[in-house]
Design a protein around this ligand. Structure first.
Ligand code: 0XW
Ligand code: MG
Length: 367
């Protein structure tokens, strides 16, 4: 089975509700990039990459498309058999740019899964469950309203909440953490996500002013070095998200004990195949982590869920998918959906989702 043609599509994903607000940026609409690989035996595999704007991390839509243009011509004619060989082929055409390579990696696994008749979770080592927990991300907002939404989401079945803070007065951030805790208590686990927006001083103050509330503190400060200085000065466990720029950053964070857990993004780490390495490193040190992506439709959602299914449930912090913030699905027949705060793992061969034919219009590039 060889690669005959690669079609690239663009999909607009406006934010349901108008704006998704984080300390680092407000976003109103995202543009996803879809990779469709057609093989000589007629199989079709899909991949996707969708940075959440140009500021959240050093990724952006046009960057992904430029990287894809470097990589795609070199893949034509390649055999879909060894995922490692295909990864090597991509590296020989472009150094770095894992978030673009991630879309190809998804499509390779989708094709191999279809060829072998197994779901992608099997190719990633095997599912441990057929249903993974999701978590709800509460954007930076007024404390009372945020607490009300938090209570509703826990009632709807979410086992975990992520409360966004940062980019405003410390007083409001402290208030939102207290109000969410009063509203949900032990009925949900809580992560407080600073999205790089707090100074070390602000992070220490927030930690002290919320001392008795059991939450994990996600990416409070901008750099891994700033976060490292929190060790021994804050009482809450500290997780890294944006700082996990690649496998090496994760290795450094684990080996120097900077992080007590992680918010992982599949595309940022370079794709599902590379994620299996950091998943296994985390297993060695009993470190919890999520399996998310920054944004995206059903292709990315399926990728996150397949991976999440292979993580030991006691360390699984949830799969975040953008469903609550986008309208509709790429695959209306077999969508990836959150029900009672959990997501069923697709059981069909490959990723298990297929965008409706023609739904993205004409390709923006063909190789
Ligand atoms: C909640 N997320 C997974 C979605 C947005 O991309 C932000 C991100 C995070 O945890 O920072
Ligand atoms: Mg985060």
């Amino acid at each position: 089975m060889r690669i005959d043609r690669i079609n690239i599509y663009s999909a607009q994903l406006p934010v349901k509700g108008g704006v998704y607000r984080m300390a680092s940026a407000d976003v109103e609409a995202l543009e996803s990039t879809l990779v469709e690989i057609v093989t000589n035996n007629g199989l079709v595999g899909w991949g996707e990459t969708c940075p959440i704007g140009p500021v959240y991390q050093p990724h952006h839509t046009l960057g992904a498309r430029a990287a894809i243009a470097e990589i795609a011509p070199g893949l034509i004619g390649a055999e879909i058999a060894s995922i490692r060989l295909l990864g090597k082929c991509m590296d020989e055409h472009l150094n770095g740019h894992g978030y673009a390579k991630a879309a190809f990696d998804m499509a390779f696994l989708d094709l191999l899964g279809q060829k072998l008749g197994v779901p992608v979770s099997t190719l990633l080592g095997g599912a441990l469950t057929d249903r993974v927990p999701a978590y709800y991300s509460l954007i930076v907002g007024p404390p009372d309203e945020t607490a009300r939404i938090a209570a509703d989401k826990v009632k709807a079945g979410y086992p975990r909440l992520q409360v966004k803070i940062g980019g405003r007065d410390l007083e409001e951030d402290v208030a939102v953490v207290h109000k969410v805790w009063e509203a949900v208590g032990y009925n949900a686990r809580i992560a407080v996500d600073g999205n790089r927006g707090l100074t070390v001083a602000a992070a220490i103050h927030l930690d002290r002013l919320c001392q008795s509330i059991p939450f994990v503190f996600e990416q409070p400060c901008n750099t891994m070095e700033e976060v490292a200085t929190l060790k021994g000065r804050v009482t809450h466990p500290v997780y890294l998200d944006e700082s996990t720029e690649d496998q090496n950053a994760v290795l450094r964070a684990i080996s120097t004990s900077i992080a007590d857990g992680f918010g992982f993004k599949v595309t940022r780490l370079g794709g599902l195949t590379r994620m299996t390495t950091v998943r296994d490193l985390c297993a060695i040190r009993s470190l919890p982590h999520s399996c998310d992506d920054a944004w995206g439709g059903d292709i990315i959602a399926a990728a996150c869920v397949h991976l999440a299914a292979t993580v030991e449930p006691r360390r699984m912090e949830g799969a975040w998918i953008a469903q609550e913030y986008i309208e509709g699905h790429f695959d209306a027949k077999n969508p990836v959906v959150i029900r009672q705060g959990h997501i069923a793992v697709p059981q069909r061969p490959g990723l298990g989702v297929k965008p409706e034919p023609g739904m993205f219009g004409k390709p923006i590039a063909i190789y």
